[in-house]
Design a protein around this ligand. Structure first.
Ligand SMILES: [Zn+2]
Length: 171
């Protein structure tokens, strides 16, 4: 069985929810660390997490570039901070290791969207999760059809689709 690695972003740290460390590794990135200002309550939570096993790893440049490119394609690039990009990039690096599997813990919908596009696992923190408020749709860049189910290949013209999240109110 693969070793499970959970990557936490700033929203996960700010949620204040207890994060259990049983049988999993928890990591984050240098830019997430930089987003938490010293002295505040969140910084103390962060320091506590580091003392109890949170490790900080820097993702590769290659993975960062891949995330930036994917975010441009999904339209999430302007909503992602550099810390967000690093979180997804670190998941790419971890998943390259044959004995490890990454899950991103985040409530940020743009991170979730980009992670999903890159086939990276994620989990939300809030009770109203992504499936309640948002729905995935796939759009075909070839024939311009939209599908309310995720489909990788357009069933009409065979083009590879692009998936995105729509707020349910707008469907
Ligand atoms: Zn099509």
């Amino acid at each position: 069985m693969k070793k499970q690695v959970f990557i936490i972003d700033t929203s996960a740290i700010l949620s204040g929810r207890p994060i259990r460390f049983d049988n999993v590794s928890i990591v984050t990135t240098p830019a997430v660390s930089d987003e938490l200002s010293p002295g505040g309550r969140d910084f103390r939570t962060f320091e506590l997490l580091k003392e109890t096993g949170l490790a900080i790893h820097e993702p590769s440049k290659e993975a960062i570039n891949r995330v930036k490119k994917t975010a441009q394609e999904t339209g999430d690039d302007r909503r992602l901070s550099f810390a967000d990009v690093e979180v997804v990039a670190l998941a790419i690096d971890i998943n390259k290791e044959p004995d490890q599997e990454a899950t991103i813990l985040t409530d940020d919908y743009s991170i979730q969207n980009v992670a999903s596009t890159l086939q990276i696992k994620f989990q939300g923190f809030s009770q109203k999760g992504i499936t309640k408020k948002f729905k995935w749709v796939s759009r075909c860049p070839g024939c311009k059809k939209q599908f309310n189910e995720i489909t990788k290949i357009c069933p009409i013209c065979g083009t590879i689709t692009k998936s995105s999240l729509l707020h349910k109110k707008n469907l």
